[in-house]
Design a protein around this ligand. Structure first.
Ligand code: ADP
Ligand code: ARG
Length: 376
């Protein structure tokens, strides 16, 4: 057995108390595992060992990893998501199960005094018959893309979807050049170059970039499916407006449609819900966000104040280009509920609405403390 590996983790564990995967590693438990399981666990830990500043510090590499390595992952999930170790996830999109929402469950930001904002809801999904992206080789990545392209034909032929697929794979008939790719990234439609993400690189998830990577975009550009990013698929609805239900309801029906396409069976764990590469996304795989201008809370040019208010409300603050990007020059930030696991889809979209309401009132208070006339 590789004693060097355990010794290295124990050493890093002492130095990096914020790395959840390292903190949840149990050397004795690891030593008692069969060799294949030890290798499997070590692979999941690779990103957090190479990047000990990680907050989560691990990624699943096989759809069955969460169940097969349950003692480790249940501790990781409990610690990150602040749930009991035996917690079981339940999926539910029904807003009528949530108390305290406006009549009919209409989540209209206009009722909060807000103008139309860019709204987006995405769900991470993986196919059950491929390894997760951290354990795929180039051939498998391209096979997965081919499988998806065949499935997209059904969507493209349907007037309710239409649109086209854009591929980054050299030689693919749907290949787009760098300029077209950059335009899609700037339009928030396509994902960023994964080769720049040291966490994804160390996990093996960014390997073989840009082979097997691409995105389907519907005719109205409001329904998008990423292929080959951190999860096999990130399926999303995105549009400017005030009614959050528009993106939520459309995503629900689109997920049902995509899940029924031939050859696409999503990986699901009986206890943990939808399987995702990162344990932060497990369960719903859902991130529901708006791009919200907070010029007064960000008047120092940083998101520090917005984060201080949003964090305790269970909201994450990201930059305008997504995770690990800066806030917009006009103080616009990306706001989303942080929770994905042991929360229902309906609770996530409701939490977004309620969180926006709270942030709006904090922003209004900050504006009142800094009347415009004081600026001159
Ligand atoms: P993910 O949301 O899949 O975790 P990122 O945070 O990196 O990944 O965001 C991916 C892309 O989606 C980025 O271009 C980001 O700006 C964009 N995005 C996220 N939320 C919104 C939104 N509400 N409106 C417009 N674009 C958004
Ligand atoms: N692996 C990184 C960490 O552990 C990022 C985790 C959350 N982000 C994500 N894209 N899954 O800190």
């Amino acid at each position: 057995m590789d004693m060097g590996f355990t010794a290295r983790i124990e050493e890093l564990k002492r130095q990096w108390p914020g790395n959840i995967a390292l903190q949840c590693f149990d050397g004795q438990e690891y030593a008692a595992l069969p060799q294949a399981a030890r290798q499997r666990l070590a692979k999941c830990l690779a990103s957090g060992v190479e990047n000990p500043d990680s907050q989560m510090g691990c990624y699943a590499c096989q759809p069955s990893d969460y169940d097969a390595l349950k003692p480790f992952f249940s501790r990781v999930l409990a610690r990150y998501h602040k749930v009991p170790e035996h917690a079981r996830h339940v999926n539910d999109w029904d807003l009528s199960h949530i108390d305290g929402l406006p009549a009919g469950g209409l989540l209209d930001l206009a009722a909060l005094g807000l103008p139309p904002l860019s709204m987006r809801v995405r769900a991470g999904r993986n196919l059950k018959d491929f390894p997760l992206p951290g354990a795929m080789d180039r051939t498998m990545r391209v096979q997965l893309e081919q499988r998806m392209m065949a499935a997209f034909e059904g969507l493209i032929a349907d007037p309710a979807y239409g649109g086209r697929y854009h591929s980054l794979t050299p030689g693919n008939p749907c290949f787009i050049d760098e300029r077209a790719y950059d335009e899609l990234v700037a339009a928030h439609i396509m994902f960023k170059n994964m080769d720049q993400d040291r966490y994804l690189l160390a996990a093996g998830i960014a390997a073989d970039w840009p082979h097997g990577r691409g995105c389907y975009v519907s005719a109205d550009r409001a329904f998008i499916i990423w292929v080959g990013e951190e999860d096999h698929l990130r399926i999303m609805c995105m549009q400017r407006g005030t009614v959050l239900n528009a993106v939520f309801d459309r995503l629900k029906s689109a997920l049902e449609r995509v899940g029924a396409l031939p050859g696409l069976q999503f990986a699901v764990s009986e206890d943990y819900g939808f399987v995702t590469s990162c344990p932060t996304n497990l369960g719903t795989g859902m991130r529901a966000s708006v791009h919200m201008p907070l010029p007064n809370l960000t008047r120092d040019g940083t998101d520090a104040k917005a984060r201080a208010i949003a964090g305790p409300l269970g909201l994450s603050v990201r930059g305008i280009g997504g995770e690990h990007t800066p806030i917009g020059a006009d103080g616009t930030v990306d706001i989303s509920p942080s929770a994905r696991f042991c929360i229902t889809e309906a609770e996530i979209i409701a939490a977004l609405y309620q969180g926006i309401a709270r942030l709006k009132s904090e922003e209004d208070k900050a504006a009142a403390n800094h009347p415009k006339s004081e600026e001159n």
